[in-house]
Design a protein around this ligand. Structure first.
Ligand code: TMP
Length: 258
């Protein structure tokens, strides 16, 4: 296979030049990091599962009219996406108190919030992705007011949809992170959903047992992270019942260095 030009390497994904202008290939790694990459590890098969889970979720969001960067899945670890100019804001939507919200404000994890909260973090690893207010976004020109209105509307729609999707498979959507990007059409920019939606950037709790089915298993050294990601994929109907063939095939290929 001819070598492709690498555009960017992040903590969990690599972006390569796509086959046509305006497209990229998004490759999902098994690498996992936490606490701004102070903790590093791998979750075996994570890339394959996140590729499938994100494909599934983005495809469904497309059908309800949320524009996304997803074009199509290419293979087990790669998907074709539209190239966007990433807006440097991490959008966190919270339905239940957990993680940094609980820590910052002293609210017990698991407390149902009386209303959904949308928070913004400035996407800058060197600064540790600090929490910011709309005022900072406007002041420093990271996004226009119109773009922020679109982002907040989309975040609410995504949340409503995902809460239902996960509730139907016995999972509570506690919180999640979204990223958005701009695409330019002539002189006009449009904001679309980018990055991924997977257990890496969501808190997903089993409704019956409160068991964590997401990256908190890795962050908090709980173990069983690969099994948790598999369980989410299985409940979404992406792994045939009692079968791990996709993951077995991937392992086989990885061993052969392909
Ligand atoms: P937090 O409680 O640590 O602020 O995380 C809120 C949500 O955002 C949680 O579902 C995990 C996700 N998240 C990311 O995807 N990337 C990050 O760098 C952080 C800090 C959180």
């Amino acid at each position: 296979m001819s070598r492709r030009r690498q555009i960017y390497e992040g903590k969990a994904k690599i972006l390569y030049e796509g086959p046509e202008p305006g497209t990229l290939i998004q490759y999902f790694k098994d690498d996992a990091t936490a606490f701004n990459a102070q903790k590093k590890g791998t979750i075996s098969g994570k890339g394959v599962l996140n590729n499938r889970i994100s494909e599934h979720v983005f495809t469904l969001l497309g059908t309800i009219g949320v524009p996304t960067h997803f074009i199509r899945r290419l293979n087990m670890r790669e998907q074709l996406i539209r190239q966007v100019e990433i807006i440097p804001i991490e959008v966190v939507v919270r339905n239940v108190a957990a993680g940094s919200l609980s820590k910052r404000l002293g609210i017990e994890e698991g407390t149902q919030l009386p209303r959904t909260i949308i928070e913004y973090y400035y996407k800058d690893d060197a600064l540790g992705d600090p929490l910011i207010a709309d005022e900072h976004i406007a002041c420093f020109g990271w996004a226009s007011q119109e773009e922020m209105n679109d982002i907040a509307d989309m975040a609410v729609r995504v949340n409503d949809f995902l809460c239902g999707l996960f509730a139907a498979i016995g999972i509570r959507l506690v919180d999640f992170k979204l990223e958005f990007g701009r695409i330019w059409e002539n002189d006009y920019a449009r904001v679309i959903l980018a990055d991924e939606i997977s257990p890496d950037g969501c808190r997903l709790w089993d409704m019956q047992t409160n068991e964590k089915l997401d990256k908190d298993r890795f962050r908090r050294d709980l173990g069983g992270e690969a099994e948790a990601y598999q369980e989410v994929a299985r409940r979404l109907g992406l792994l045939p019942e009692g079968e791990n063939s996709v993951l077995d095939l991937d392992q086989h290929r990885q061993k052969r260095g392909k």
